[in-house]
Each structure stands twice: as C-alpha cells, then as structure tokens.
Design a protein around this ligand. Structure first.
Ligand SMILES: Nc1ncnc2c1ncn2[C@@H]1O[C@H](COP(=O)(O)OP(=O)(O)OP(=O)(O)O)[C@@H](O)[C@H]1O
Length: 326
C-alpha cells in the first residue's frame, strides 16, 4: 500500500511536467512558520478545465498552499505558476482571472443579493451579466432578499455568484459544503458542476471523500506538507488494482476448497475472501450455492472505497521514513 501511494505520487508528478495547458504548476514549494515546516517540497499540476480536489488531514499544509496559490501568502522556496503568472507578483489583471470562495465570507448583511453581485461586478474589467449570474447559481427567487436573511446554503451560493461574476478562469473553493445538510450538499455539487460546465478550472479543498469522488477529475492527498498520492478517484493509490472483499455467511456443507485463502469460519460464520478477481472467484461459489440450494446468505462484494484508500495512503505516508515520500 505504501509503495502504491508513493509510486503513484512520484509517477504522476513526473509525467505532468509535459502536460500542455496547465492552470497551476507547483514544484518544490516550501513554507515554514518559525520552526513549523508547513509545506516541504510540494509538487502539483492542475489542468485547465478540470475539477481538482485537494485533500489531507488537519494541519497537512493545504490552506498554506492554497493561500500561496491565491497570492495571499509568501513562500520560502519553490516554483509556482498560476494561469502563467507567479502569484507572488500578482497584478490586478491576474487577480481578476482568479475567483475565490472562502470558508467564511463577510458581506454587508443589509445589501440584497442583486446589490452585492452588482457591487462585485463593478470590481472587474469584464464581468458576466448580473442577473445571468444570479440565475446560473440558482438564486433568482432570492434576488431581492438581504444577504443577512439567506439560509446557509443560499449564502454559499451567493459566495459562488460573487466569485463567478468577474468571469474568472480559475475558481478556488475552500470546503464549500462544510455544515450543509445532505440536500444542500447535493445542490452545492450541482452548482460546482455548473462552474465546470462553464469551462472554469476548479481547485476544491475538502475533507469529504464522497464530495471529491462525485466532483473531482483528479485529486491529490497531502500529508506533512507533501503530495503523497495523486490520481483520479478510480486510480488513486492503486485503487483500481486493489483486491475486493467477498463476504457471506458460510452455509452448511460448503467444501473447504471453495474457501481457500480465507480465515477459518464455521457454518453460519462470516467468510471474508480477498481477491483481485472477484468474478473468477465468485463463479465456483455461485455454482455450488445453486447446485446445493444453500445459496450464499448475506453475500456482499466490496471494492475499496475512496475513503479506504485515503486512510491507507495517509497512514502509510505518516509511518514511512521521510525520504520515501519525497
Ligand atoms: N499563521 C501561522 N502561524 C504559525 N503556524 C501556522 C500558521 N498557519 C498554519 N500553521 C501551521 O502550519 C501547518 C499547516 O497548516 P495549514 O493550515 O496549512 O494546514 P491545513 O491542511 O489547511 O489544515 P486544516 O485541514 O486543519 O485546515 C500546521 O502545523 C499549522 O499549525
């Protein structure tokens, strides 16, 4: 598992040097706060037009990295290019091409949705239409409502509308659904899909693995200031080649040969078979279950979830000697 995680990060990082059309390119990024090394040689490439999820445990260095990418924090070392510009030398023109949706936004609660969107449009050289942006983000019915009277989910929509009205090429979304109920999360996801469909690049920081799986084209896992795994939701950490688990309750009379490799289980106890070939392994089991009439009670086939992979790669990186994760 450790090897899979480390190799995936290394391989993808190297191959991406050649990717055309990069929205973000980071090499060897470093940042310390006094003695705390928050970011220690981080590499990252984000393609234009993709939704890229940035994951990692608390204190891994995500916020520090994102603030450097946004041009809000100075770095100690490494190369950073965002939309072809070093954010350390950000100009107003560059800032207009980047939209930020922060975790907590402060806006005058007495202004209406339309007034706020119009005000933000005024900060940008070539804004989108104000009403068009409000409709796009699903706030048409709340157009004349004061910001202070919106629900949490509606306020988040307004945050996104404010980021989009400048028609940015790249949008940073910082934990966009923290504290949302399940329905509001689904709505937020569909809103993020809308942003993607507009052709924007989305850099999404989240702690929710289901959110990353639903939205991300690719994702990176950061541990201790470095990327330790990088891939698509299907391939992260070697997920596509990891064994599946077949579980069932052992029927009376099932021949031991069918349970090869499983921990011993008596009749009625749960059998757990781990196999890279679930179809091949299930064939003889199903033949026997049908022939005997016993069936396979409680049958479950489980592939590793993204959360399983995330936990495995973060654990492996934390217990690996530092040089292995470089
Ligand atoms: N302004 C600061 N001064 C000193 N130390 C800081 C500062 N900001 C962050 N750190 C430290 O740097 C490390 C990385 O923090 P960072 O906020 O970048 O992590 P994170 O991955 O965003 O965490 P979380 O998921 O909890 O938001 C942590 O050890 C944190 O305590």
């Amino acid at each position: 598992m450790r090897d899979a995680a480390v190799t995936t990060a290394g391989r993808a990082g190297g191959a991406e040097d050649d990717l055309p059309d990069q929205a973000i390119r980071v090499r060897g990024l470093r940042k310390s706060y006094g003695r705390v090394e928050a970011v220690r040689g981080l590499d990252l490439t984000v393609r234009r037009g993709e939704v890229f999820a940035f994951l990692g445990p608390n204190g891994a260095g995500k916020t520090t990295t994102v603030e450097i990418l946004e041009g809000h924090r100075h770095r100690d070392g490494g190369e950073v290019s965002v939309l072809g510009t070093d954010p350390a030398r950000a100009t107003p023109d560059w800032r207009a091409r980047v939209g930020l949706v922060l975790q907590t936004s402060r806006m005058p609660p007495e202004l209406t949705v339309r007034e706020l969107v119009a005000r933000h449009a005024g900060f940008h050289p070539a804004p989108r239409g104000i009403d068009e942006t409000i409709e796009l983000i699903g706030l048409a019915a709340q157009r004349d409502r004061r910001a202070g009277r919106l629900s949490g989910g509606q306020q988040r929509r307004l945050d996104v509308a404010l980021a989009l009205v400048g028609d940015p090429e790249l949008v940073f979304l910082d934990e966009p659904t923290t504290g949302f109920d399940p329905a509001a999360r689904r709505q937020a996801w569909s809103m993020i899909e809308t942003v993607r469909e507009l052709g924007k690049t989305v850099f999404l920081t989240t702690h929710y693995l289901d959110e990353a799986e639903a939205l991300a084209d690719r994702l990176a896992v950061v541990v201790d200031g470095r990327v330790v795994a990088l891939g698509t939701p299907a391939t992260l950490g070697g997920r596509e080649t990891m064994p599946c688990e077949i579980r069932f309750s052992r029927p009376e009379g099932m021949p031991p040969a069918l349970l090869d490799g499983a921990a011993p289980a008596g009749a009625g106890e749960t059998v757990v078979l781990r196999t890279p070939d679930p179809v091949g392994r299930l064939g003889p089991l199903l033949d026997w279950a049908r022939g005997s009439g016993a069936g396979l009670p409680g049958l479950e086939i489980r592939r590793p979830t993204l959360e399983d992979i995330y936990l495995a790669v973060t654990e492996a990186a934390r217990t690996a000697p530092a040089e292995e994760t470089r």
